[in-house]
Design a protein around this ligand. Sequence first.
Ligand code: FE2
Length: 338
Amino acid sequence: MNRRKLIQSIAVGSVGLYLPNSAVAKINQSKPAESENADRGSFSIDGNKVKFFNKSIEKPFNMLMLADTHLFRDDERGKSFQQFSRRMAKAYNQTKHFQTGEITNPEKCFQQTLKIAQDNDAEFVALIGDIFSFPSEAAIEWVSNELSNIGLPYVYTAGNHDWHYEGMEGTSQFLRSTWIKNRLHPMYQGENPMMSVREYYGVRFVAIDNSNYEILPEQYDFMIKEINTGKPIILMLHIPLYAPERSLGFGCGHPAWSEKTDKSFELERRKPWSASGHTQTTMGFHSTVFSAPNILGILAGHIHQQSLDVVNGIPQIVTNANAMGGHLQVEFHQEIKI
Ligand SMILES: [Fe+2]
């Protein structure tokens, strides 16, 4: 079966289950670029160093991915929001480094991690959510300054805490769009906060905001278009996609995710998850991603502990929390046939 037929069969195969009509139409009408990348290639992991090998990679390069720094810096501008920020402002104030065990803190860890990216000549840094424990103006300014000092390109996507003021009235969608607009917008450098893509040496790096556990129809359409380019893809999301036997932390597409299983909504003072579980769009996104022939891997955060799942041959790697210095150094190499 050639690539085009393969992608169409994936789409058609998903129709009866989850795929929205708009997405089906787009897949069936689109003409995937002919590509030599029918093979996913391979990968290796040593500690927090990840290598992807694929024959379409144009030259060796590397990037650095981090998530869950949980910065809590605040100043007088945050005073009137303390009723919503007080719990998370006290979280992760002092941490233990994930490699050395030394006592450290999120700001120090963030600076050290950026230095590692700089020393390794990383092409870019991916900041994949929960960089902030709440949308503090002081913390956002501090991060923007640190990133401009280091001078590396970066992509940012939100986690469930970046836009969350605990106890503030409103749905997750409303709070996310409000605090992206009012506070986090400089972090996106003009990119669409919900989804973006950048390409380095033949690899497409797709960032999708799933920080309320769900996927929007336009994000699903965006992902399908990316899959249909036929190019190798790294997908980056804050909340990992459900993988067999994983906890509800792997909550994007988890079949048990619903109001009934939401244990944290009272503590986090937010509305519970949906009573009817995930949307069909979220479930369709999940099955489409894990059926795509050209996704090299998925990088995620949220769990705060490094893990690896391989689903249908696609590795999903969760990073240790950057509050403890955690990050992934990710290298890309041309595949060599053995
Ligand atoms: Fe987190």
